[in-house]
Design a protein around this ligand. Structure first.
Ligand SMILES: Nc1ncnc2c1ncn2[C@@H]1O[C@H](COP(=O)(O)OP(=O)(O)O)[C@@H](O)[C@H]1O
Ligand code: SF4
Ligand SMILES: [Mg+2]
Length: 323
């Protein structure tokens, strides 16, 4: 499998009124071609800012360092003009709330038409034809009616399909979906996830699926990265992660959901997510970890290979030393 996107030692700080927030603490991850990679973790752990870093869409109080390699180029060093050829085109994104990306004052045809016309350099009629085709591709019945509608006249699920259609209009090689179904009813959630999988199968793009929901990961992803307080603490194939979670945090997360595949008794999580203004030294999870050792508050554990397709960042796992 070829690597499509590689994030290497990504650090992100925010300067805030209250001090500096050390939000990403050396994130490393790889997304392969034609895979669905799930990034999972509790609210505030840094999933969205990771995706915004990829597209360099962070606010001005952000300080970013590290590398994000896409098609042989470091996106963090690319001039803005070059990045514009990638952002929204080779790498597109859909957000949790499609209403925030749609303008309530304009019909869908105006919003889709304008973007398609501008970026594909085609006339209005052609752009509308393309918009209709895209709406069909995301299984929206009666695309003509949809194009004539204002966003508020459509359901949340329909709006999310429109956002996916727009994201796909430039045939991206990576689709970032940031909690794409969190705002939707459970039945609609499943339909949207199925749609993403169906489109991925057809067009062979990779998906970075961001979610706080392990159920979504289990249903949708090939591989998964678990994030805690700005670190990736474990990466594995989905089945492997559910069957053999190694990191105490992953085990805690899994204990919160009933899953018949997980056989070992689990310890639920205690305590709270730390403040990123003063993150705990060493392993950021140590104040909540029942297995913490002396070294854990002193030295940050590196993400190391435990077995094929399974890496973990925890001092318990030194080479050949299973807990
Ligand atoms: N513009 C900002 N200024 C300061 N802190 C921010 C800003 N944006 C996000 N953060 C902080 O970064 C952390 C990660 O946020 P986020 O990536 O949105 O989390 P997630 O998507 O995992 O819920 C949070 O602690 C959040 O408060
Ligand atoms: S490194 Fe230490 S504190 Fe962190 S998860 Fe592993 S055992 Fe727990
Ligand atoms: Mg988020």
């Amino acid at each position: 499998m070829n690597v499509l996107l590689s994030i290497e030692d990504l650090h992100l700080k925010f300067r805030t009124f209250w001090g500096t927030a050390y939000v990403l603490d050396g994130v490393n991850l790889k997304i392969y071609e034609d895979e669905v990679f799930g990034l999972v973790g509790e609210t505030g752990c840094g999933k969205s800012v990771t995706s915004m870093s990829i597209l360099r869409l962070l606010p001005s109080n952000a300080e970013l360092s590290g590398k994000i390699i896409f098609e042989g180029q470091n996106l963090l060093e690319l001039p803005e003009k070059e990045l514009r050829k990638i952002r929204g085109k080779k790498i597109s994104i859909v957000f949790q709330d499609p209403m925030s990306s749609l303008n309530p004052l304009f019909k869908i045809k105006t919003q889709m038409g304008d973007i398609i016309k501008l970026h594909h350099n085609i006339d209005k009629d052609e752009a509308l034809k393309k918009a209709e085709k895209l709406l069909r591709a995301v299984n929206l019945p009666d695309p003509h009616r949809v194009l004539e509608s204002y966003p508020h006249q459509l359901s949340g699920g329909m709006r999310q399909r429109i956002m996916i259609a727009m994201a796909l209009s430039f045939e991206p090689s990576l689709l970032i979906a940031d909690e794409p179904t969190t705002a939707l009813d459970v039945t609609i959630q499943k339909q949207i996830l199925d749609l993403i999988l169906e489109l991925k199968k057809k067009y062979h793009f990779s998906v970075l699926l961001i979610t706080h929901d392990l159920g979504v990961v289990a249903e949708t992803c090939d591989r998964v990265g678990v994030m805690y307080a700005g670190n990736i603490v474990e990466v594995a194939d989905v089945d492997e992660l559910f069957e053999n979670p190694l990191h105490p945090y992953t085990q805690g997360l899994l204990s919160a959901i009933p899953d018949p595949r997980y056989k070992k008794p689990l310890k639920p999580l205690r305590g709270n997510v730390p403040s990123l203004l003063e993150p705990p030294p060493g392993c950021r999870f140590h104040p909540r970890c029942d297995f913490a050792m002396k070294i854990c508050s002193k030295k940050k554990p590196k993400l190391v290979e435990y077995s094929e397709n399974h890496t973990v960042a925890c001092h318990i796992y030194r080479r050949g030393n299973e807990k």
